[in-house]
Design a protein around this ligand. Structure first.
Ligand code: IPM
Ligand code: MN
Length: 347
């Protein structure tokens, strides 16, 4: 039997609750579909940091490299470890070391979901650059604590990095409704975003079948609220994509439904799948976190692993549950109830 080996990193807070739920669904669908999932759990988290002084062991990246994929819950426990330390010690190094340059986030209304907008339906795929740009980590602070203190955080846009993410956007658009929104801010950012626009135009020549429009990020944020049905694939830099995908989560009914995949399209290293939401320590372990985003992320993992039928089954089961109103009203159903409903709907 075909076996996929998965590294499980539940992380902190509700990351543990939702990873357990997603894993139960994934194991069940594997059993029904004739393949096996072998999970190896790693306790890397802020609690691990408190014990060892590191978010993951020194050879953590090398350990993960041997897996077919990584399923991650959430990272962060700001009362104990500053977010700037925990994220730069676990999540962000994995995205960068494994060249997971495409962060893919689907935003659509599941059956039974209303969302806060008047729009009855929309189906947006946001592609966020995931390794460089505004979150490259280049910068520094000098004269700390003095009144002439300076902090510099330099955005890094490389031709290779921009080309590959925009190309990925074109490819996704080609496989969908053939419309690409390229997110810019070249009216204010006259180097990086003018460069981004130029590359968008250069690649457009290779994809005459895709209609590409460049939108300034502020205008696109408004469009996502006012006319989300007019959007198909969005491609954005790291920071812009980060912000727009929280907006995407909001319009699809909340972070409990926002799934994401950190993809290494060249498959030179494992890809990582995680819900967009954070660790929400205040509600951790109370059986109230919505596991839908984690389960959906698990479906994206199956798709990446080549298990398309099983992935579609999971998505059908999620939809069957939301159609019955399960998990759709914040606070109404427990993590356990929602997970059971999805499990029962797997056929
Ligand atoms: C996300 C998160 C992370 C990001 C944070 C926690 C560093 O907000 O996945 O969107 O911005 O990449
Ligand atoms: Mn974010």
């Amino acid at each position: 039997m075909k076996t996929h080996s998965i590294a499980l990193i539940p992380g902190d807070g509700i990351g543990r609750d939702v990873t357990e739920a997603a894993w139960a669904v994934l194991k069940a669908v594997a059993g029904q579909s004739g393949f096996a999932l072998k999970g190896t759990e790693f306790p890397w988290s802020c609690a691990f940091y408190k014990e060892t002084g590191r978010m993951m062991p020194q050879d953590g990246i090398e350990t993960l490299r041997g897996f077919d994929a990584i399923l991650l819950g959430a990272v962060g426990w700001p009362q104990a470890v500053p977010d700037s330390v925990s994220l730069h010690g676990l999540l962000l190094p994995i995205r960068k070391a494994f060249v997971q340059y495409a962060n893919i986030r689907p935003h659509r209304l599941l059956p039974g979901m209303e969302g806060p907008l008047k729009a009855e339906s929309f189906d947006i795929l946001c592609i966020r650059e995931n390794t460089e740009g505004e979150y490259a980590g280049a910068g520094g602070r000098v004269h700390q604590g003095l009144d002439n203190e300076v902090a510099v955080e330099t955005a890094i846009f490389t031709r290779k990095g921009v080309e590959r993410i925009i190309r990925y956007g074109f490819e996704q658009a080609r496989a969908r409704r053939r419309r690409l929104a390229s997110v810019t801010k070249s009216n204010a950012q006259k180097y990086s975003m003018v460069f981004w626009d130029e590359i968008t135009q250069q690649l457009a020549a290779e994809y005459p079948d895709v209609t590409v429009t460049s939108y300034h990020v502020d205008a696109l944020a408004a469009r996502m609220v006012m006319a989300p049905e007019s959007l198909d694939v969005i491609v954005a830099s790291n920071l812009f994509g980060d912000i727009l995908t929280d907006l995407g989560a909001a319009i699809q009914g909340g972070l409990g439904f926002a799934a994401s995949a950190n993809i290494n399209p060249d498959r030179t290293a494992p890809s990582m799948f995680e819900p967009v939401h954070g660790s929400a320590p205040d509600i951790a372990g109370k059986d109230i976190a919505n596991p839908m985003a984690a389960i959906w992320s698990g479906a994206m993992m199956l798709e990446h692993l080549g298990e398309q039928d099983a992935a579609a089954k999971v998505m059908r089961a999620i939809s069957a549950a939301t159609e019955k109103g399960i998990g759709t009203v914040p606070g109404k159903d427990t993590t356990g109830t929602i997970t059971k409903a999805v499990l029962n709907a797997l056929i």
